[in-house]
Design a protein around this ligand. Structure first.
Ligand code: HEC
Ligand code: HEC
Ligand code: HEC
Length: 131
């Protein structure tokens, strides 16, 4: 019926394949462990890699600089990647990322976070109540 002596070696081969990083990576890519986001053309405030990792810290820095040091030029941010100047405000993001739902939300829903910033700050998907 079944060959007992093959069972253990087959399990070993299966485990070796299942935990092989090569196979894992090939599968991870085809499964797409990265949400589909719509990006504008051109450049961000800093490089895309840097922004991906640090945009939340950048916004925090902008907030502190704008609120505490606004009078001494804190509202002007100098990009260290591109040397350009940006107005330190959440609204600056919407100048280029015009649709929050296809960009910020796609990623945040994917990782399951809901930044509370938009309880107070304007964003392009806000519906202003009519009266
Ligand atoms: C409870 C309301 C509230 C929440 C929630 C909130 N903010 Fe603010 N934020 C303010 C107010 C009020 C100011 C001051 C506005 C001014 O003086 O121009 C401000 C200022 C800022 C500024 C600088 C000024 C500007 O125009 O953007 C940044 C940047 C900022 N907040 C980022 C954030 C981020 C990022 C979050 C979420 C992590 C957040 N805020 C959540 C109320 C809020
Ligand atoms: C001057 C236009 C512009 C502004 C202002 C801007 N962005 Fe971007 N952003 C872009 C472009 C263009 C890309 C894509 C760059 C690329 O792929 O090389 C991008 C990429 C990103 C990425 C990386 C996405 C990814 O996975 O590749 C994040 C995160 C991001 N932006 C967040 C923000 C936030 C938050 C703000 C506001 C603080 C902001 N951006 C302001 C144009 C802008
Ligand atoms: C490439 C994916 C990606 C994109 C695009 C993206 N975010 Fe995020 N964002 C994240 C991840 C992941 C975190 C959580 C990081 C953590 O918890 O350390 C985060 C966290 C944040 C936080 C901090 C939340 C908190 O409560 O501390 C803010 C604010 C934020 N994002 C704003 C934005 C804005 C505004 C945009 C669009 C202009 C944007 N993000 C686009 C992936 C993204």
């Amino acid at each position: 019926m079944y060959h007992k002596k093959y069972v253990i070696p087959l399990i070993v081969v299966f485990l070796a394949l299942a935990f092989s990083p090569l196979i894992y990576n090939a599968m991870a890519k085809s499964l797409g462990h990265y949400p589909e986001i719509t990006k504008p053309k051109g450049e961000c405030v800093e490089s895309a890699e840097w922004m991906r990792a640090n945009h939340m810290l950048l916004l925090q820095e902008w907030r502190i600089n704008a609120i505490r040091h606004g009078a001494e030029g804190g509202r002007i941010y100098h990009s260290f990647t591109y040397g350009k100047e940006f107005h330190a405000s959440t609204n600056t993001c919407w100048e280029c990322h015009q649709d929050k739902t296809v960009f910020c939300d796609k990623c945040h829903n994917y990782v399951g976070i809901k930044p509370e910033c938009w309880d107070c700050h304007w964003n392009p998907s806000l519906e202003i109540p009519v009266r």
